[in-house]
Design a protein around this ligand. Structure first.
Ligand code: SF4
Length: 267
């Protein structure tokens, strides 16, 4: 049972704290996808929701009205949608906030970057094509849909996301496969690259940011399902080691060998 609350936001375009981006837009607060490892769980503290992450969603019903018109402020500036929620919530089918926001953004000519774990993004291909600069990023770091159901229970299935990338590419939109977060031994990154490189323009890689409120839930799940991995994750995340620099090198080499464009955003 998901608690949906309609709220009025005071502003909708915020300065970005993310690398390579100027602004962010989050049409919702909370996220129905409810990923175990979600680094945005801290957002619950900014609302009156005390239930588990994934079980509440604040809908900023006036979001599109807050997009200014007749301004050059965002021209050629990068706008990421979204950073602490997913712009394609299941509820987006009903509310269409993301669709309305996109419509209002087109004349502002920003450099748009969409990031989602939902195949609902294909609904908006007609709008995405109207941006001069647009990248459509699908986040995918698992291939086993059984694991996906446990870890990213509300997000689209693996094959649906892969099909969304194919559709976006077919529409000549710049496609990004965002492997975030790369989960040691659970994310088969070389296989994902080989399976999708024909219709992915660029691969991005990010590891899990365990500084946020997300370790507890993930560690409980690991303990139940993969006790051996829990030990390994503790070593990787909480002891001095060179796991990530080594992996970074391996990814770089693999991408070069396979001639795929890539960016690595390891914390
Ligand atoms: S889709 Fe993104 S914002 Fe939503 S729960 Fe998953 S990681 Fe968090």
């Amino acid at each position: 049972m998901i608690k949906i609350t309609e709220i009025k936001a005071k502003s909708i375009i915020a300065k970005s704290g993310l690398p390579d981006s100027d602004f962010v837009i989050n049409p919702y607060r909370g996220c129905q996808h409810g990923c175990l490892y979600c680094y945005a769980k801290f957002m619950a503290r900014f609302s009156n929701h005390h239930g588990p992450w994934g079980r509440f969603l604040d809908v900023k019903i006036n979001a599109a009205d807050l997009i200014p018109q007749n301004t050059n402020k965002y021209k050629n500036k990068s706008i990421v949608m979204a950073s602490v929620t997913d712009p394609y919530q299941p509820m987006e089918r009903k509310y269409k906030l993301t669709r309305e926001i996109l419509t209002k953004l087109i004349p502002l000519k920003p450099k748009l970057c969409m990031l989602t774990k939902s195949d609902l993004i294909v609904r908006d291909i007609d709008l995405l094509k109207k941006f001069d600069q647009c990248s459509a990023g699908i986040s995918l770091s698992l291939l086993d849909d059984q694991i996906r159901k446990e870890v990213e229970s509300g997000a689209s299935a693996v094959e649906q996301r892969i099909n969304a990338l194919k559709e976006l590419k077919k529409a000549k939109i710049f496609t990004v496969l965002f492997m975030s977060p790369l989960l040691p031994e659970l994310s088969p990154w070389p296989e994902i690259i080989l399976k999708t490189k024909k219709f992915v323009d660029e691969f991005w890689f990010e590891n899990l940011n365990v500084k946020a409120d997300n370790w507890l839930e993930l560690s409980i799940w690991l303990k139940k399902k993969y006790p051996r991995l829990l030990k390994k994750y503790r070593e990787i995340y909480f002891t001095k080691n060179n796991y990530w620099p080594k992996l970074k090198q391996q990814i770089k080499q693999f991408c070069q060998n396979n001639r795929v464009r890539h960016q690595i955003y390891f914390h």
